[in-house]
Write a protein that binds this ligand. Structure first.
Ligand SMILES: *[C@@H]1O[C@H](CO)[C@@H](O)[C@H](O)[C@H]1NC(C)=O
Length: 318
């Protein structure tokens, strides 16, 4: 045997050993991973009441929103801003004693994807909101049109980061949204709580019982709308509808009556509590996603000009 053959035999042998080790290591690693995966899955699959991280995230968000009024006071009484950074005094005016929205053209139009809450569910809420708030805010309140209750999901273009698009691009966007909406399952939802923000917006905050989670909806919309603004307007988990916007301080409903409290914030809490005691736990089903071109700023909120394309959530739930 020459030195060369010895070396090459040794090499072949070492390679075989190394290969066997590699295969063993791979098998071990795979089995180990499977075991780990199984053990981490067992608890969540056996206990049905384990917390859903999306639900938790929404609860925390709503807790924070619920504290906003106490932490920041009623900022809307001193020229508040909405969640979209628009001053309320910029978007409303008094005309013949009535609150009228000041519609401003959105250039380019805003392109919003929203979930729609049908009137079957919105009308009872809207009536209660009016009954509770109207007596004290005669003209200093704007009610969301109950035919247009919606949950803002994802903007293809908004007024902070406008993304202009041609008619063809808009058609393409709309059909991508339609296709992805067909994969979403209708959402069974429950009103978790009503909050009044320091900016004077009365919001319904909802939890998901079943159906496609808003986090998934937003992620899939982002996928099919690659040119959309990176920074969206809302937290990816939030599921909220705006019911009304307060524009001024409360007043006694009649000259003979006085407000029970001189503290506005305390009084606002009382009104919100009344609404909560009626509607907390109210259930609804959401089965439409709308692709809305808003030709006026906040058109959906202010009855402005818009073009709505309505898509059914197509996934069938048994
Ligand atoms: C509310 O919205 C519906 C549907 O867009 C519309 O027909 C109606 O005129 C609106 N109501 C008001 C008061 O603007």
């Amino acid at each position: 045997m020459t030195g060369r053959t010895v070396t090459s035999t040794w090499w072949t042998h070492s390679k075989t050993v190394a290969l066997i080790w590699l295969i063993s290591a791979f098998c071990f690693f795979t089995l180990f991973q499977m075991a780990l995966h199984n053990s981490s899955q067992t608890p969540s699959s056996t206990s049905s009441n384990s917390p859903n991280p999306n639900t938790e995230r929404r609860s925390q968000l709503y807790d924070k929103m619920g504290r906003d009024l106490d932490e920041h006071g009623a900022a809307f009484l001193k020229h508040g801003e909405t969640s979209q950074s628009l001053s309320l005094s910029d978007i409303f005016t008094l005309k013949d004693g009535y609150v009228t929205p000041v519609l401003k053209p959105a250039n380019p139009p805003v392109r919003a994807n929203v979930l729609y809450l049908s009137t079957e569910f919105s009308v009872p809420i809207a009536e209660a909101v009016k009954n509770i708030f109207n007596p004290y805010f005669d003209k200093a309140i704007w009610f969301q049109n109950s035919s247009l209750y919606h949950f803002s999901m994802f903007h293809a273009s908004h007024h902070i980061v406008p993304v202009p698009a041609t008619t063809e691009e808009i058609e393409a966007e709309a059909s991508s949204v339609e296709a992805v909406a067909a994969t979403f399952c209708p959402l069974k939802i429950v009103l978790d709580r009503v909050v009044l923000t320091s900016t004077g917006v009365l919001l319904g905050c909802w939890q998901v019982i079943s159906g496609t989670d808003p986090i998934t909806i937003r992620a899939k919309l982002k996928n099919v709308l690659p040119h959309a603004p990176e920074k969206q307007l809302y937290d990816a988990a939030i599921l909220h509808t705006s019911f009304a916007r307060l524009l001024g301080p409360p007043k006694a409903p009649s000259p003979t009556e006085v407000l029970k409290t001189s503290d506005n914030v305390q009084f606002f809490h009382e009104l919100v509590d009344r609404l909560n005691s009626q509607f907390r736990g109210f259930k609804a089903v959401v089965s439409e996603l709308w692709y809305v071109e808003e030709y006026d700023v906040l058109a959906l909120a202010l009855n402005g000009r818009m073009n709505i394309r309505k898509f059914k959530l197509g996934c069938s739930t048994e």
